[in-house]
Ligand binder design. Structure first.
Ligand code: GLN
Length: 513
């Protein structure tokens, strides 16, 4: 940039600083509108986002790596794009990216000591698409190691805190992405969801998170955990923002053969269609026992609201095999993980131990010291389930039950446009509360796991509070019908204000400027 340019840029920036800070509290679509008017520059917005994120980090720890230099360079490019008049809806919008997604030359740890210092040579497809759209990445968000977990406490880089109550977890595994959006650091973030890792933290942090249909979004360059279950998806504060981000990342990718060669609909155009006449099913197995009373109350209130909006509620819906989801998931996911994580041998990526008497000792030490306990637990379960003699009894059986569960969902969705359930049985739990009990941790995904098993799209939307903490409602749709989910989320937000509530923990703690 020429000297004169940067001088006028600095003057412009000084004049718009206050506005940029305030604009950060608006949804991304509003930020995009203001950026187009030129009243605030992408650079000023990026600086405001970085300043707020930095101020919040000591309390939240939502990020593993901040990328200020990248962000400011991308913001300057976005300003040029805006001046040229070829901006996309994401040009100049600050965004956080889960640190499971490969970013060229930027450390990508997957939350593991195993990948400390690993700098990928390419961007994953979704990040490449965001770059092309002009989005501004402010950092790599914290997560449970290799996306295994429900609280972000399994990160090798320390836990993330919930902005609604700093003594509680934000959920996981995409806890950093959810926490920074809920705290207003950025309006948008990307996460991944293998068994609930977008929807569960969205619920616990009071924001919107969507897991797309399996095959809707490319997994190329995403550090692999359980390949047949996971998808990348958006977090935001409203349906329009999530629609914009989904549209930017969705669609066929020649680098990922599991992506569907289907056109990506205009999700934003569909948003205003309302829910009148929609047939909504409430599967009785997913609104049964074990749900905290406050969560049940908030979910019942939301169901009543959908009925008032003109949807037909049907409570006579059953998914008889859905109760087997937890064991099915905890056989299939660890089996795939045990194969995917075999590549961390100290030779090809990241951490490498070199203190043994030979190659096998080095490899053993690399894995013993590079992986955390939960990851080792998964590798052992998976290796066991796939071994000769146990394959038929465990892995194959789980695959058969998976087919049953998928068929039951397909049947229920043949006569219903959406299925509604609580996203989680309870609200955000205290840090440390479930660390000693892996099964209790697994149970927080009871209602989200079945959806990955069936490969369907689903979102969590804020639908109330219990004990002062956010409650999420899960909306499950037909394959490749994310538009119906977003349209229902939009209609519900039109008559409620849960999505507008903001956490005060940070302000009260004096952390927020
Ligand atoms: N909590 C689940 C697990 O630990 C789901 C994680 C995820 O969706 N990535 O496997």
């Amino acid at each position: 940039m020429a000297d004169g340019d940067s001088a006028s840029h600095a003057a412009f920036q000084a004049a718009s600083e206050v506005t940029a800070e305030r604009l950060l509290d608006s949804p991304a679509h509003e930020q995009a509108r203001v950026l187009r008017t030129g009243a605030v520059s992408a650079r000023a917005l990026a600086e405001a986002a970085l300043a707020r994120v930095r101020a919040q980090e000591p309390a939240l720890h939502a990020y593993i790596t901040l990328t200020p230099d990248e962000a400011l360079a991308q913001a300057d490019a976005a300003d040029a794009q805006l001046r040229r008049g070829d901006a996309t809806p994401l040009t100049g919008i600050p965004i956080a990216v889960k640190d499971l997604l490969s970013t060229r030359d930027v450390e990508t740890t997957a939350g593991s000591a195993m990948l400390r210092g690993f700098r990928p040579i390419v961007d994953c497809t979704v990040v490449a698409r965001l770059r092309a759209a002009g989005a501004v990445m402010v950092g790599k968000a914290n997560l449970d190691e290799f996306a295994m977990g429900s609280s972000t406490e399994y990160s090798a880089y320390g836990p993330t805190h919930n902005p609604w109550d700093l003594g509680r977890v934000p959920g996981g595994s995409s806890g950093g992405s959810a926490a920074t959006v809920a705290a207003g650091g950025v309006p948008l973030a990307l996460g991944t969801d293998t068994g609930g890792s977008i929807r569960q933290p969205a619920a616990l942090c009071g924001i919107l998170g969507l897991k797309p249909t399996y095959g809707r979004v490319s997994r190329f360059g995403v550090v692999a955990f359980a390949s047949s279950l996971e998808q990348v998806g958006p977090f935001g504060r409203d349906a329009e923002d999530v629609a914009l981000l989904l549209a930017a990342i969705a669609g066929h990718d020649p680098l990922d053969a599991t992506t569907a060669p289907l056109p990506v609909p205009d999700y934003v155009a569909e948003l205003g269609r309302g829910v009148e006449g929609l047939r909504i099913g409430v599967p009785r197995e997913l609104l049964g026992e074990g749900i905290e009373p406050g969560v049940r109350e908030a979910v019942e209130g939301a169901l009543a609201e959908f009925a008032r909006l003109g949807a037909h509620l049907d409570r006579d819906v059953s998914l008889p095999s859905v109760g087997a989801s937890l064991p099915v998931y905890y056989l299939i996911a660890p089996s795939e993980a045990s194969a995917n994580l075999a590549r961390y041998d100290g030779v090809k990526y990241g951490f490498s131990a070199h203190d043994g008497p030979g190659m096998w000792d080095d490899m053993e030490q690399t894995r013993a010291r590079g992986f955390g306990d939960e990851v080792k637990r998964r590798i052992m379960i998976g290796t066991y389930a796939l071994s000769t003699g146990y394959y038929d009894a465990y892995y194959l059986k789980a695959q058969k039950v998976r087919t049953l569960i998928r068929r039951e969902f397909e049947q229920a969705l043949a006569t219903h446009d959406l299925l509604l359930t609580p996203t989680t049985p309870g609200v955000a739990f205290k840090l440390g509360e479930k660390l000693g009990d892996p099964l209790a941790m697994y149970l927080s995904d009871l209602f989200t796991l079945p959806v990955n098993i069936a490969g369907l799209p689903a979102a969590s939307i804020p639908c109330g509070f219990a004990e002062g903490l956010p409650v999420g409602l899960q909306l499950i749709g037909r394959a490749f019908e994310e538009g119906t989910i977003l349209r229902a989320a939009h209609a519900y937000a039109g008559v409620t204000d849960w999505h507008l509530r903001r956490p005060s923990a940070l302000a009260a703690g004096g952390v927020r400027a």
